[in-house]
Design a protein around this ligand. Structure first.
Ligand SMILES: Cc1cc2nc3c(=O)[nH]c(=O)nc-3n(C[C@H](O)[C@H](O)[C@H](O)COP(=O)(O)O)c2cc1C
Length: 185
């Protein structure tokens, strides 16, 4: 038998967007606990490729102005949306991936492992008033200098983390698993 509580937690996970954040700050200690969970993601040959660059308070605003600078073609509405998202969020976690220098595993495996660490971030928020979502705009590829990333490192997106007042939604928007599986017995 598998643990019913684990299934409940996995099936309760869902994205929370800045519109549902209340603008309150999360203590760094709590963010650290979340990232300790992220650090337990599976990883081929233990390369542990995830790196997190965490922005809060005034540094969050520096990241936002860097993004605005990179996107000087943003419409007024897009800029306002970015500003809103940043103001509503407590922490913005730049999810980065460090490619093993000896290329001992293919890049997709490093990306997969990093994505699994993001899943752990998401799962850590279940049953709490903290939530977030992973945003993967194209401009993250241009953040290398700002994030002091090395040649073998890249940013895979921003995880917006915030506090919410609303009750958690039930995550039901899923196709039936029967559409996805084929048994060979
Ligand atoms: C790799 C990845 C990239 C994502 N990028 C974005 C994004 O750029 N913008 C966005 O609104 N949501 C993004 N999401 C969140 C998905 O939209 C969200 O997971 C999906 O709608 C399912 O909702 P749920 O997380 O509540 O189950 C991303 C999710 C993943 C796994």
């Amino acid at each position: 038998m598998i643990n019913k509580e684990v299934s409940r937690i996995i099936q309760s996970r869902h994205s929370v967007y800045p519109l549902d954040f209340n603008g309150c700050e999360i203590e760094d200690d709590i963010v650290l606990q979340i990232l300790k969970n992220a650090n337990h993601a599976p990883t081929h040959r233990l390369t542990q490729p995830w790196l997190f660059k965490i922005f809060s308070k005034s540094s969050k605003m520096k990241l936002m102005s860097e993004i605005s600078k990179l996107n000087d073609d943003f419409t007024v509405e897009k800029k306002a949306q970015l500003e809103y998202n940043f103001n509503q969020s407590s922490h913005i976690i730049c999810v980065c991936m460090h490619r093993n220098l000896q290329n001992i595993v293919p890049e997709w495996e490093e990306i997969a492992a990093t994505a699994m660490s993001v899943q752990n971030i998401w799962i850590s928020c279940v049953d709490s008033n903290i939530g977030g979502y992973w945003s993967t705009p194209k401009y993250v590829d241009q953040l290398n200098n700002f994030l002091s990333l090395k040649k073998n490192e890249r940013c895979l997106g921003l995880f917006y983390l915030g506090v919410r007042d609303s009750k958690p939604k039930r995550n039901v928007r899923r196709k039936d698993i029967d559409e996805k599986i084929e048994w060979f017995r």
